[in-house]
Design a protein around this ligand. Structure first.
Ligand SMILES: [Zn+2]
Length: 198
């Protein structure tokens, strides 16, 4: 059994997350939720494919590999989701966005269950997710999550997401968020975030 975490409504009714939070993201069309049609698992998954990672908005939740299951019974949907890492501040926001979007689609009951085992790791990021990360200027994890060289001070070879050069150097162990490090490319001189293997 996975731990069942009730997700409270984020705000009083009438104060839904504004569409602008979603609408500006590349690859996040709103048609999935607005199109009429039966409430199926396929439909729910299409809606989830429009919900972005709050910290890397061009990468959608299925690209991250955090969606572990979707079950539709009538007008009720249960989404099983793994947090990217314990204590990640984006987890609450992901749950809120899932609830908002599936409710807006017409599901009368939306449950988000957090799946802690097996835990998510950066290995779960899909090929599509890695491509979108690189396109956003963020170097995707270069090695398997079991590779802990970033913890021991031995740095992995990280290719620059801008020019592809391997002549790169870490300038800070923490970038825009705790799960990223700040690197710089010696070839094109551009700084970039590197998504750590976690
Ligand atoms: Zn470069």
């Amino acid at each position: 059994m996975s731990p069942r975490t009730p997700v409270p409504r984020p705000k009083p009714s009438g104060a839904a997350l504004p569409d602008e939070i979603f609408a500006g993201f590349a690859g996040a069309p709103m048609q999935a939720r607005n199109a009429p049609g039966p409430l199926t698992e396929e439909r729910a998954r299409a809606v989830l494919a429009t919900v972005p990672d709050p910290e890397i908005p061009s990468v959608m939740l299925p690209d991250l590999g955090v969606i572990r299951g979707v079950e539709v019974t009538g007008d009720a949907v249960t989404v099983r989701m793994s947090p990217t890492y314990t204590g990640c501040p984006a987890t609450d926001l992901m749950q809120m966005m899932i609830r908002e979007q599936l409710t807006a689609t017409g599901f009368a009951s939306v449950t988000v269950d957090l799946v802690l085992s097996p835990p998510w790791s950066s290995d779960d990021i899909t090929a599509e997710g890695r491509r979108k990360m690189a396109a956003a200027g963020i170097a995707p994890p270069a090695h398997r999550a079991t590779d802990k060289r970033h913890l021991t001070g031995t740095l992995p070879d990280v290719a620059c997401p801008h020019c592809g050069s391997a002549d790169t150097v870490m300038t800070s162990a923490f970038g825009a968020t705790a799960c990223k490090a700040l690197w710089r490319c010696n070839a094109c001189q551009e700084p970039f975030d590197y998504f750590k293997c976690i």
